[in-house]
Write a protein that binds this ligand. Structure first.
Ligand code: GLC
Length: 718
């Protein structure tokens, strides 16, 4: 590589740091002459958003055979939750609490994307999100850094595999570095006001986990922290990410993130923006074109060093070596693989399995679900019942709406031959249209049971899709009221990319199944659970607030000096109720982190520890007995939390530290064992370094963050 670097001109070096957008039409109209001329002149090192064996081969051939040095191009794309076989959105995958299934999902995405010429995905998105107003909460793993870290590493493993040189593995990117999800007001791209402590305890851990899993790239975030935009944040990029975490891969800007330093107000012009970004440690300039056009003048003016440029180029060239492009630049350009590895039955089966696992049964009074397949008539109603496009969620890669099995189609495919399935849209997702209510009521009157498919459309979450309200949009709740008045057994199937404030629905609807956006196999996965082929066992990776006014509300909060009491807010007259609460709401969320029901019940007992005391560096074995006390087999997500009673820094009221998704037959009792070590008990002390302090701890086990049994132990010095 050094020999190659030594032969490169400045323009060729800056070309490796330049990543323009590909053109969707590149497969037919082809990029304008200048794209191809730029490739020949060595002014492009990678492309964003070009797919297809033929399209990538055509451009790759120009780079390899018509440029002076023949350096191959990297082709990058947003392959977030599937390439063509679209899996449930990442927040839904997190609800499965199934690390292996999440890794498999990324593996399938890598197999398909690489078959279409893609070498590099801008995933996993590992931003912790505590504010459901933020549209990109859909793209991450929710509010918990422990779950988020495990899934970040799992997705990196899934995408990158064990051999980056294989033809079905690609470069992964942990994004968006860092605290992008802490945007004030939940407004995308907004300022993140977080302390270093919160950074280290909440937002950095998933990036550290991704780095330890070997992630090859990190993408800078659009936000600023404490007055320094992330694209100019030398302390966090070169300091924490590279020096402290030991990350030696590519740091890429986000889309025009370098140029946006001007809008942030820290750069007067493009050249100043390029200087700040390169100095901060941003290696590749995505789409701005500033590195290519403005760094030569900056170098001549001594504002950047040749070393800064060369180091960045080395990291780009090393990535190309690692994926094997210097050995065989066309290895990912095989049209045969496009045909044989895309949307296969195996991939669809994996997507259906993940979708089933991600469904969260929020309530099920009277066991409305599961429905019998032998019912005479079932009504499937609502604007999302037959909406193929929305089932794909946001960031749906090369996914196509026509691939999707809708809820309506899934129900129709599942019922017995003699069962009628009636459909009415009822209303639109948004707007004030109630003209379809009568038809919906008429359909419901004919039915023995109603499945009401409501919620958000997929374009109401995702990038630049923040909402100031968490209510179900449009007239959908009014439709629910109308249908509930009809008195038929009714289950709401809720589609959304974020927690919604469904307090009225939670009170009045007997059954609510949270489906998120379940991907191409939505209908079949839903039918599997609706008709009881599979018991739901998804659990919430993010808290559901009662209203947007409660936000931010999350499970691992601090206790404060005046913690609210559960019966607070019931009687405002009591003078001793000066606690941290609202006058007009209970202090608890609508549905807590880790919540989810199944078609059976589970009993937790006999939480036992192998020691009452352990030394600071010691380990603790924890066991708990879990029994399926119902009549149906089901998975259960056994959750383990820890809490330190008193420490030199205020401890969260609890923190998830282990979980296991297990399967139990009716009546089956199983001892579930966990092993805790000092990492699990450590926190950032007053000096902001991880420490384990002696003190009393509680271990809590159960099926959610609130229904727990507990035991205590002590960490003693030594
Ligand atoms: C977008 C997103 C980022 C994505 C990139 C390329 O602005 O912030 O997640 O990978 O641009 O599409």
């Amino acid at each position: 590589m050094e020999a190659l670097l030594a032969r490169m001109t400045l323009e060729e070096k800056l070309g490796q740091l330049n990543q323009p957008r590909g053109l969707p039409s590149v497969t037919d109209a082809g990029p304008p002459e200048d794209r191809e001329e730029q490739i020949r002149a060595g002014r492009i090192g990678s492309f964003l958003g070009i797919r297809g064996a033929a399209a990538t081969k055509r451009l790759q051939r120009i780079a390899v055979e018509e440029s002076r040095l023949g350096i191959p191009l990297l082709f990058a794309d947003d392959v977030i939750h599937g390439f063509r076989t679209i899996f449930p959105v990442p927040l839904a995958e997190a609800a499965s609490f199934d690390v292996a299934a999440v890794e498999s999902s990324a593996r399938v995405a890598a197999v398909e994307a690489t078959a279409h010429g893609v070498h590099w995905t801008f995933a996993p998105m590992v931003d912790i999100a505590r504010d459901p107003r933020w549209g990109r909460i859909v793209e991450g793993s929710g509010e918990d850094p422990y779950l988020g870290s495990l899934l970040a590493a799992a997705r990196v493993r899934g995408f990158q595999g064990s051999d980056l040189g294989a033809d079905d593995t690609l470069l992964a990117t942990a994004k968006h570095f860092v605290a992008y999800g802490a945007a004030e007001g939940g407004r995308d791209y907004n300022t993140a006001e977080v302390s270093e402590r919160t950074l280290r305890e909440i937002y950095l851990p998933p990036f550290h986990a991704a780095v330890k899993a070997g992630v090859q790239a990190v993408m800078a975030a659009f936000d600023e922290i404490a007055g320094v935009p992330m694209h100019a944040n030398r302390e966090l990029v070169r300091g924490v990410l590279r020096r402290e975490f030991g990350f030696d891969g590519i740091v890429i800007s986000d889309h025009t993130g370098v140029r946006e330093l001007i809008a942030h107000g820290v750069a007067a012009d493009p050249q100043a923006a390029g200087v700040l970004a390169l100095r901060a440690g941003i290696d590749i300039d995505m789409v701005s074109g500033i590195y290519l056009h403005d760094l030569p003048a900056a170098l001549r003016a001594g504002q950047v060093s040749q070393t800064d440029i060369d180091d960045a180029v080395r990291r780009v060239l090393r990535a190309k070596y690692r994926v094997g492009l210097f050995n065989d630049p066309y290895r990912y350009c095989d049209p045969t693989r496009e045909q044989t590895r895309t949307l296969t039955p195996q991939h669809r089966k994996a997507a259906r399995d993940m979708a089933r696992k991600s469904l969260v049964l929020l309530k099920n009074d009277g066991n409305v679900l599961p429905l019998s397949k032998q019912l005479r008539t079932i009504a499937v109603i609502g604007p999302l019942a037959d909406d193929q496009r929305s089932m794909l969620g946001s960031w749906n890669g090369a996914g196509r709406a026509e691939d999707v099995v809708t809820p309506l189609a899934g129900v129709r495919a599942a019922v017995a031959a003699g069962t009628r399935v009636l459909y009415a849209k009822g209303t639109s997702v948004s707007g004030a249209d109630s003209s379809g209510f009568d038809e919906a009521q008429a359909v419901a009157r004919e039915a023995d049971a109603v499945l009401l498919c409501i919620g958000e459309q997929s374009d109401m979450s995702g990038e630049a899709r923040s909402r100031s309200s968490l209510d179900i949009p449009g007239m959908q709740e009014a439709l629910a009221r109308t249908l509930l008045a009809g008195g038929k057994p009714l289950a709401v199937i809720l589609f959304t990319g974020r927690p919604l404030s469904i307090t009225w629905l939670a009170e009045k609807a007997p059954s609510i199944l949270l489906a998120w956006f379940p991907g191409v196999e939505a209908g079949h996965a839903l039918a599997d659970v609706i008709f009881g082929t599979e018991s739901p066992a998804g659990r919430l990776p993010v808290t559901f607030p009662r209203t947007v006014g409660q936000v931010p509300i999350y499970y691992n909060h601090k206790n404060t000096g005046r913690p609210p009491q559960p019966d607070d807010n019931q009687d405002r007259q009591k003078p001793d109720k000066n606690t941290s609460r609202y006058l007009d709401l209970p202090p608890t969320p609508l549905y807590p982190f880790g919540h989810g029901l199944s078609y059976t019940t589970f009993h937790y007992a006999d939480l036992r520890l192998n020691a009452q005391q352990i030394p600071q560096g010691g380990r603790l074995q924890v066991q708990v007995d879990v029994t399926n006390t119902g009549a149906r087999a089901s998975d259960e997500v056994v959750q383990l939390y820890v809490h330190e009673n008193a420490a030199s820094v205020t401890p969260p009221v609890k923190q998830l530290r282990r979980f296991q998704r297990i399967r139990l037959r009716p009546g089956e009792r199983r001892t579930v064992a966990f092993d805790l070590g000092s990492d699990d008990l450590a926190f950032y002390g007053l000096e902001l370094r991880p420490i384990v302090e002696p003190g009393k701890f509680r271990v809590l086990a159960g099926g959610s963050s609130v229904s727990l049994i507990e035991a205590t132990f002590e960490v003693v010095p030594g």
